[in-house]
Design a protein around this ligand. Structure first.
Ligand code: NAD
Length: 522
């Protein structure tokens, strides 16, 4: 038996936001569903609410009316766990407390049959700890749905130390039959999505504290250059600063206060001030219906007549193809060693990847983690550092930083060149690794660590981040496009700048950088 049999009864315990969505999913898959809640009458209300939801789907033509009616009729409500005696699968979505979950499963174990599978929708507790007091801990597994559960396709199937692999397979098969995409995960803090997503918020929060830019600017860069559907700071306003902070802190604490996950002071100040985001009317943004503030965008600048491009531009390479036909002469200086072409002796110091673009008054280099000021001092010329864009061939915005003391006309030359390919340009303050590149490096690093430590395999990690966090691309696929060697170099350089251990590359990423093994094969 590889999955819950058709007609098998599903119990859902705790019928709030998640329990209701799970019940809707299970009944639409054809199962009788018994909904139970500790608050008397709440299960009745939830059954009515799910039926109402099914009716609305039918009214909008998203479901056949008889299908919605039949699904609604398979739902029953109970105020007592004994109603679950005939269930083949019980999914718990009650309060996020180990005591509550331990006590619930202890009671359930004395009610359900020997072969009933027990699943918990916990988002942060250890599945091993939830299972530990059970007489048969092997039958308990994490079944982590994402909100809204009836819509989001990802289900993390989480095995604790004692979970029977056949139970995890059975639950994954069941989730697949329900139209979900299950991934197998070993129970570790944050599982996959809630762990790998941390740097998405963490790096933007840190860049804000470093005054790289204001929230609207950082969000615009992450959307329009990084390719994310929402910027990290606006997303924390939507999630709730308190809720996002709790998730950040829970992973940080579970990993023994590892600086990789260190919580943000800027976020704590918001929470302390009651600026929780949309739900309180104010967070990083004011939510009163007024239009959001505009991102910092550079004014139009004239394009240079000629750019001399040297060295290996790696993932930035399509930028040069994009400039063809804009009237700017792009000359490749492939034969000359980096730095030897034009300027004085200091200009012979190559960037680590040897990539530089020379214009009349300014040098442009892709970020390797060094600040523009460091580059300029070593090269003896005003320098602008270019952030990574997810897709340089189409990006709508480039982020740059200029070296301290860079003359405005020199910066304008670099801006004009980037604008010539039809993109907006944002000038950030000169922080190491800028924003998109260092966020990418930290996301890939976390994903590689998760895969390298066997928490989940590479394909599962990528699928999890696309389906569970709405990222436009799995981090390991993105990492292969950027190159592990380049990412390690960036982490080492940014890490040396800060010196707090936050940016240390994991062993798996370092090994991939040495051997060239694709991260997607981890
Ligand atoms: P919720 O507050 O909306 O609903 C919880 C429900 O459980 C309430 O109706 C409450 O009365 C009931 N309950 C509490 N203790 C109970 C008990 N001992 N027995 C029976 N019912 C009990 O919460 P939620 O957001 O649906 O979260 C439920 C679980 O799912 C938590 O473990 C949470 O961490 C997890 N989760 C939440 C999300 C999310 O985005 N909300 C996502 C994934 C997982």
């Amino acid at each position: 038996m590889t999955q819950l049999q058709p007609g098998g009864t599903v119990g859902v315990v705790g019928v709030g936001t998640m329990g209701s969505g799970i019940a809707q999913t299970a009944t639409l898959a054809g199962h009788p569903v018994v909904m139970v809640d500790a608050v008397p009458g709440r299960a009745d209300d939830a059954v009515r609410a799910v039926r109402g939801q099914l009716d609305r789907l039918a009214a909008r033509g998203r479901l056949e009316e008889p299908v919605a009616l039949a699904a609604g009729s398979r739902l029953t409500a109970a105020d007592d766990l004994t109603a679950l005696a005939g269930a083949s699968l019980v999914i718990e979505a009650a309060a996020e407390s180990l005591e509550v979950k331990n006590s619930l499963f202890a009671t359930l174990e004395s009610i359900v049959s020997q072969d009933c599978v027990l699943a918990t929708n916990t988002s942060s507790l250890s599945v091993s700890a939830i299972a530990a007091p059970l007489r048969r801990p092997g039958r308990l597994v994490g079944m982590h749905f994402f909100n809204p559960a009836q819509v989001m396709r990802l289900v993390e199937v989480i095995s604790g130390l004692d979970t029977d692999p056949r139970v995890a397979e059975w639950v994954a098969g069941t989730a697949r039959a329900w139209g979900k995409v299950p991934i197998q995960v070993a129970s570790t803090p944050g599982f996959v999505v809630n762990r790998v997503a941390r740097p998405f918020y963490g790096e933007a929060l840190r860049a804000l504290e470093e005054r790289a830019g204001d929230p609207a600017t950082l969000d615009a860069v992450m959307r329009e250059s990084g390719g994310f559907r929402m910027g990290p700071l606006e997303l924390t306003d939507l999630i709730g600063q308190d809720v996002n902070q709790a998730a950040n802190r829970s992973v940080w604490e579970a990993f023994g206060h590892d600086p990789r996950y260190a919580p943000s002071l800027a976020q704590r100040q918001l929470v302390d001030a009651g600026r929780l985001g949309r739900k309180s009317g104010r967070g990083f943004y004011v939510h009163d219906g007024s239009p959001p503030p505009s991102p910092a965008t550079a004014a139009a600048s004239p394009a240079p007549a000629e750019v001399i491009v040297e060295g290996d531009w790696g993932p930035w390479e399509p930028l040069w193809e994009r400039l063809a036909g804009t009237g700017i002469a792009v000359r490749r200086a492939t034969d000359s060693p980096a730095g030897s072409a034009t300027a004085g002796p200091a200009a012979t110091a190559p960037s680590p990847a040897g990539a530089v673009a020379r214009m009349d008054q300014v040098l442009l280099v892709p970020t390797s983690g060094r600040t523009a000021t460091q580059e300029a001092v070593e090269r003896g010329r005003p320098t602008v550092v270019l952030d990574l864009a997810r897709d340089p061939a189409t990006t709508a915005r480039w982020a740059v930083a200029a070296s301290d003391g860079c003359p405005p006309a020199a910066l304008a030359e670099a801006i004009g060149m980037l604008q010539a390919c039809g993109a907006e340009v944002t000038v950030l303050d000169d922080v190491p690794g800028l924003l998109v590149a260092r966020t990418a490096a930290m996301l890939v690093n976390e994903a590689a660590d998760v895969a390298g430590r066997g928490v989940a395999d590479a394909a599962a990690v990528d699928a999890a981040m696309e389906l569970g966090a709405n990222h436009p691309q799995g981090p390991l696929t993105w990492g292969d496009a950027i190159g592990a060697r380049r990412l390690v170099e960036l982490l080492d350089t940014v890490g040396a700048h800060h010196g707090d251990g936050r940016y240390r590359a994991c062993s798996t990423l370092r090994r991939a950088a040495l051997t060239g093994r694709p991260l997607r094969t981890l």
